[in-house]
Design a protein around this ligand. Structure first.
Ligand code: PCD
Ligand code: CU1
Length: 805
């Protein structure tokens, strides 16, 4: 039955199912200004909110005088912590089990913190009124260094000063949040202390920010007559927001509708709950009018969730032949003023313990100290699952340092330590079970594609020319091989505030053979409306063009945990395939009845059920759909609908090999990217073109982070990079050219074998770019240079190495 007759080939092509580079259906509206974003929502009588924010990073709030603001025409209300206190909303729980001030309660802990919320008839009046609110502050000593925070007598969080334990165990200092450990500490120390070769390094992954094109915002609308609260917002997890809103407000969950409309990029920034949402809801309840709050760029960069800020002290040991024997990581994690990291509850350092990477390391230990400082809270993934970029950067830098220590080629060092194909499923020393992989094949393909040996020869030639004074540019080859971990659940160990991380899909086939499917996830630009329809097309034989995908409205979509951590494909994608299979099972019964044969005598073929051995006798899915509704079928209830809630048995482990070639100008500090090669393996590929787009986007973010992007503070806690003049956002001008490639190693436990891919290019890209800079300067003794590698820092490094004569 599986012969590719022209007719069958034709039918397969019509479906535009899995493996097809179907054009993104959402782009027609995005490219023609027909998207519907939060700020496009306008409601009759709608009011506008704006925040008074703290100019200080640490100060006591002595008084707040809102009288002048309230006197301004058009101002409706000014909320402070005092107004929220009676309803218990002046503080709110964070995703990490800490609590966070909604509005400054007694003191402020970071620059840009929300102090008062002004509500006015117009956005401009609100902004003017913000200027009129008089706040008297008394400055306090500021701590921006997490190491100093653990020594200091200055207590940042007075509200929990006396508490010796928090949501993640013991606190050994008032500014300490937790120590989280994994692995065998004693055994790891023993192996490292007696090893042939040990490399030790402090690796800093600087603070940065997802900075999506669209900032965060919401419109809260309380309908007092019907008791219904509707909340539109830039939410990556709308159902979670609904549950949290219900628990916080006491409004029954069926009376809350949360809608994520089109979202202009999320990148983890829109996972958490921000004071703006809480204040807008309260303001709408108080005024009985819809209230809109949309932050501006500075507010977004200063006050919403940052990413990274990990100080990672590593030790790695090996035999003299280069076989790695142990890995140790001691991390100091700067969480800012409140622990508002978005990680599964049991993992306060996310999945950082994937830091053994793609290597077979027999024993390892990780210890992560979370610390409070006077910086904005957050700690979101920013395109890297949960702390996976930090982990990948750490191990890929440690490998490079170890290669220096061993005097060995870093590509070869990786190869001899890779987990072998026959070791999968592989149990890592830090507790993960890698589902599948074929690293050697991918690495060899990548090295061959760029002609690695040829590149090394060119590099040597250029170095000689540099030494002879013929050029001021050094060539660097940046290697990176990463293993990602995406697709949280399983529910048994992954939850957010007790909400298990499953996901869902509900499909309704219409009588004429088209369909709508709704999911618990929400696209922020990934193209779910395109790709999920492709999964279904292949599973149920209805063309993708005839399937509408809808997400983000909690009144209609089945409950799900949302889109971040590249979990949509691994979790909701699986639910979609399984719901499709339920449809197919019912369709089979109907087809058998219509064809007057036994259920087992028909089989599915592309877009129809055919009688086994008699391919001329068949019923198409269109015919079956019509019959499902409009024909009485004994023993079968009318309709064709299915729902699936999927709790994954494991996460998926995509991987890839990235290589970047750069020229570093030692006099200007400029680094020019000559070539970027990116090989990704995300298992079964649903839409190769969407995947390529994801890889381009992720590589561009990786390039930005590695080369210039950062959230920097001065000693007083002033955020120095709160505008796009200072915060590097690559445009087409700076963005390098990319070559993409792939291998395909399906996930053995996923119904269609697919793994996530959205985050991979950031996870693998950052070490590739950074390693290229290091590799260029390595002949002159460079071992470790903190990111971002902007022109100034590269120039400084070259200067420190004596390259300026
Ligand atoms: N194998 C495969 C896989 C995948 N795919 C595709 O691709 C995409 C992606 O996917 P994934 O990986 O699963 O993911 P998701 O879940 O969907 O998403 C998420 C991600 O996604 C990415 N990408 C993107 N894009 C855009 N445009 N926008 C945005 O925002 C974004 N973001 C980012 C991030 S950051 Mo986090 O949140 O940090 O955690 S996470 C993330 C979609 O469409 C899908 O379907 C295919 O095709 N195939
Ligand atoms: Cu991360």
């Amino acid at each position: 039955m599986n012969d590719l007759t022209p007719d069958r080939e034709d039918r397969v092509a019509k479906l535009k199912g899995m493996g097809c580079s179907r054009k993104r259906v959402e782009d027609a509206r995005f490219t023609q200004g027909k998207g519907n974003y939060v700020d496009d929502i306008k409601m009759p009588g709608m009011l506008h909110g704006d925040f008074v924010r703290s100019p200080y990073a640490h100060a006591r709030v002595v008084s707040i005088d809102a009288s002048a603001a309230l006197a301004l025409d058009g101002v409706v209300a000014v909320l402070t912590a005092k107004d929220l206190e009676p309803i218990g909303l002046h503080w709110m729980p964070t995703l990490a089990g800490d609590k966070q001030m909604v509005l400054a309660d007694g003191k402020v802990l970071f620059q840009g913190q929300e102090v008062a919320y002004v509500v006015a008839r117009d956005r401009y009046v609100a902004a003017d009124a913000v200027e009129l609110v008089e706040v008297e502050y008394e400055e306090l000593e500021v701590i921006v260094d997490p190491f100093k925070a653990l020594q200091s007598d200055v207590v940042l969080r007075e509200d929990i000063a006396g508490e010796t334990s928090g949501a993640h165990g013991e606190r050994r200092h008032p500014n300490h949040i937790f120590l989280w450990e994994e692995g065998d500490k004693t055994a790891t120390e023993q192996v490292i202390d007696s090893a042939d070769v040990v490399a030790e390094e402090m690796i800093y992954y600087h603070r940065t920010h997802p900075c999506p094109l669209e900032t965060c915002g919401c419109v809260a609308s309380m309908d007092k007559v019907n008791g219904k609260l509707t909340l539109y917002g830039t939410f990556q997890a709308p159902h979670v927001v609904r549950t949290v809103a219900s628990l916080l407000s006491g409004i029954e969950e069926h009376n809350i509708r949360v809608v994520s409309p089109d979202i202009g990029g999320g990148f983890g920034n829109k996972v958490g709950v921000y004071p703006g949402y809480v204040c807008s809801i309260v303001a709408s309840i108080v005024t009985g009018k819809p209230v809109k709050w949309v932050e501006d760029r500075m507010e977004n960069l200063m006050a919403t969730a940052f990413a990274r800020d990990y100080w990672m002290k590593g030790r790695i040991s090996a035999t003299k032949h280069g076989k790695i024997t142990a890995l140790e990581a001691k991390v100091t994690a700067d969480h800012g003023a409140f622990d508002a990291c978005a990680d599964p509850t049991k993992f306060p350092a996310g999945f950082f313990h994937i830091c053994t990477g793609s290597y077979d390391i027999p024993v390892a230990y990780v210890g992560v100290d979370g610390v409070y400082t006077n910086k904005a809270p957050g700690g979101v993934a920013y395109r890297c699952s949960f702390r996976v970029t930090e982990a990948a950067y750490f191990i890929e830098r440690m490998i490079e340092v170890l290669a220096i220590e061993l005097g060995m080629d870093a590509a070869e060092l990786r190869r001899i330590n890779f987990i072998r194909e026959d070791q999968f499923p592989y149990q890592s020393a830090l507790g993960w079970e890698y589902d599948s992989g074929d690293y050697h094949t991918a690495w060899d393909k990548a090295l061959a594609a760029v002609d690695y040996n040829g590149l090394r020869r060119k590099q040597a030639t250029q170095l000689e020319a540099f030494k002879r004074g013929e050029t001021r540019k050094l060539m660097g080859i940046g290697l990176s091989f990463f293993t990602e971990i995406v697709g949280a659940g399983p529910v048994k160990n992954c939850d957010i505030l007790g909400m298990g991380m499953f996901d869902s899909c509900e499909i309704r086939i219409h009588p004429t053979g088209s369909a709508i499917a709704r999911l618990g996830t929400i696209s922020q630009g990934q193209g779910h409306a395109t790709t999920f329809a492709q999964i279904l097309a292949s599973e149920i034989g209805i063309p993708a063009d005839s399937i509408t995908i809808e997400e983000g409205d909690t009144d209609t979509a089945p409950y799900g945990l949302g889109t971040y951590g590249s979990r949509s494909t691994p979790v909701a994608g699986a639910a979609t395939a399984l719901a499709g299979r339920k449809i197919r099972a019912k369709a089979q019964m109907i087809a058998a009845y219509l064809l007057e044969v036994h259920d087992n005598d028909v089989e599915f073929d592309v877009d129809r059920f055919v009688v086994k051995g008699a391919p001329e006798r068949f019923k198409t899915m269109t015919e079956i759909a019509y019959a499902a509704y409009h024909q009485a079928i004994p023993g079968v209830e009318p309709g064709l609908k299915a729902v699936s809630y999927y709790d994954p048995p494991n996460m998926t482990y995509p991987f890839g090999a990235y290589i970047c070639v750069m020229d570093v100008d030692v006099d200007t500090g400029e680094a020019h990217v000559r070539q970027v090669y990116a090989l990704d393996d995300c298992g079964t590929r649903i839409n190769p073109m969407v995947i390529e787009g994801q890889v381009h986007g992720g590589l561009t973010e990786a390039y930005a982070i590695a080369m210039a992007q950062e959230i920097a503070y001065d000693d007083l806690g002033n955020c120095k990079t709160a505008t796009l003049m200072d915060f590097f956002w690559p445009t087409a001008w700076e963005t390098p050219h990319y070559t993409t490639d792939h291998t395909e190693t399906p996930s053995p436990h996923h119904p269609i074998g697919a793994k996530g891919v959205g985050e991979s290019p950031n996870v693998g890209g950052v070490p590739a770019f950074s390693n290229a800079v290091h590799d260029a300067l390595r002949p002159f003794g460079l071992r470790q240079l903190h990111m971002p590698h902007d022109h100034w820092r590269i120039w400084k490094a070259a200067n420190d190495l004596g390259l300026h004569g």
